[in-house]
Write a protein that binds this ligand. Structure first.
Ligand SMILES: Cc1cc2nc3c(=O)[nH]c(=O)nc-3n(C[C@H](O)[C@H](O)[C@H](O)COP(=O)(O)OP(=O)(O)OC[C@H]3O[C@@H](n4cnc5c(N)ncnc54)[C@H](O)[C@@H]3O)c2cc1C
Length: 371
């Protein structure tokens, strides 16, 4: 197929199946480019069942590359360059989305300091020098996070990493989509076909110039290889502790991160279990997350647990994102645990397929595109 066949004419009609992270970003960009968009979601759009709603919102190319593969660093750095520009565009007439590039902090308790050394070595082996973090002693940790200095002797500071208020982003995107005239159809599960969506409740079809599939784990019946990876998180609130940036605690049995949010809330996560079980968080996971949180700073003991959630990260076999295309249908999936880290660069490439954006958007086409 000639790629030109995918290019959209002015004011084309586009259906987007799935109003999570990818679906909303694509809907917004397409509306800004002058197209007519209908956004379908199987659930509510204001209280979204998406992985995007459960996520912690870390944008951490270095930490994720060490845990997965160096490619995540390159893709993540490209996305990091886009987030501030996109958020600035989004903030027109809307409440700004909190986003901070304050770096992140990796710590380990004294008995686990070998894990920190291993982590540092992996980073030095896998990533370019410019990406590498700075080792910190107790004073260095306290200078960055005064509420942690007493509890840790050694740490690592990854200055380039960022975090975003993901729920505020989803809210603002929805407002913007509606303001730009997007048609939002919630509580409506669909299947996708080239140039049409099929409404599952009555099997009727609706035609469009283009359909984009962004259903995450919901794509599984129509995309072999999509799987869900269970993740469980807590959300707590306390006035007793303040953090400026995400903190990761290295531990021999589990990895914990804590991400500060508005109103003195913190997201603590996350388990990673190869299961598509969507049932509530287990006692064991809740205990492990809570006790790790308590060891980070005992002042968390009085924090109030305001939410416990589990959800599925949409992944493909190689845990990489993928964009599949044919005439009338583009499918995007596999963001796995890197949705916020990778979404801008993935969205940019999907839009480049239909003639929106510039040539720079093609830099990862060899990795992301698949016919
Ligand atoms: C616990 C947890 C923590 C995470 N933390 C981070 C993090 O810190 N940083 C990071 O970068 N990433 C993180 N992620 C990953 C990130 O949330 C996902 O990669 C991202 O949300 C995937 O985006 P998506 O749009 O593909 O899917 P989703 O956000 O899941 O959206 C899919 C949407 O499709 C809808 N849908 C499903 N089926 C249908 C259907 N048949 N018809 C219509 N609509 C349908 C769903 O209702 C949903 O709204 C985390 C994920 C989890 C679960």
């Amino acid at each position: 197929m000639n790629l030109d066949q995918l290019k959209l004419n002015n004011h084309s009609t586009v259906a987007i199946a799935g109003g999570g992270l990818l679906g909303r970003l694509l809907a917004w960009r397409l509306l800004e480019a002058g197209h007519r968009v209908t956004l379908y979601d199987a659930g509510s759009l204001s209280d979204s069942p998406s992985a995007a709603q459960t996520a912690a919102g870390m944008i951490s190319p270095i930490s994720e590359a060490i845990d997965t593969e160096p490619l995540m660093y390159d893709l993540g750095v490209a996305s990091l360059a886009l987030w501030p520009k996109w958020l600035q565009q989004l903030a027109v007439d809307a409440t700004p989305v909190p986003y901070a590039q304050n770096g992140s902090l990796i710590v380990a308790h004294h008995r686990d300091v070998g894990l920190l050394q291993q982590y540092t070595q992996d980073m030095q082996r896998q990533l370019p020098e410019a990406a590498q973090g700075r080792s910190l002693d107790k004073q260095g940790i306290a200078a960055l996070e005064s509420d942690l200095g007493e509890h840790f002797q050694q740490g690592l500071f990854l200055a380039k990493e960022a975090h975003i208020d993901n729920r505020q982003l989803l809210r603002v995107l929805l407002q913007r989509i509606k303001k730009l005239g997007g048609d939002c159809v919630e509580n409506t599960a669909v299947d996708v076909e080239p140039n049409c969506v099929r409404l599952l409740e009555n099997n009727s079809t609706v035609s469009f110039d283009l359909v984009m599939d962004c259903r995450g784990v919901g794509s599984k019946p129509q995309w072999q290889g999509v799987r869900g990876v269970r993740g469980e998180v807590l959300r707590v609130q306390t006035e007793e502790v303040s953090l400026q940036r995400p903190v990761r605690l290295l531990h021999p049995r589990y990895q914990l991160y804590i991400v500060p949010k508005a109103n003195q809330e913190f997201v603590i996560g996350a388990t990673q279990i190869e299961s598509e079980d969507r049932s509530p968080i287990s006692v064991q996971s809740a205990l492990e997350l809570n006790s790790a949180l308590y060891t980070l700073n005992p002042a968390f003991a009085e924090a109030r647990i305001i939410e416990m959630q589990s959800n599925l990260r949409p992944a493909l076999n190689d845990n990489r994102p993928q964009i599949q295309y044919k005439e009338g249908l583009i499918k995007v999936n596999g963001l796995y645990r890197h949705g916020y880290l990778l979404a801008p660069v993935v969205v940019q490439h999907a839009l480049a397929l239909i003639g929106i954006g510039n040539a720079a958007a093609q830099s990862f086409s060899g990795v992301l595109f698949c016919k």
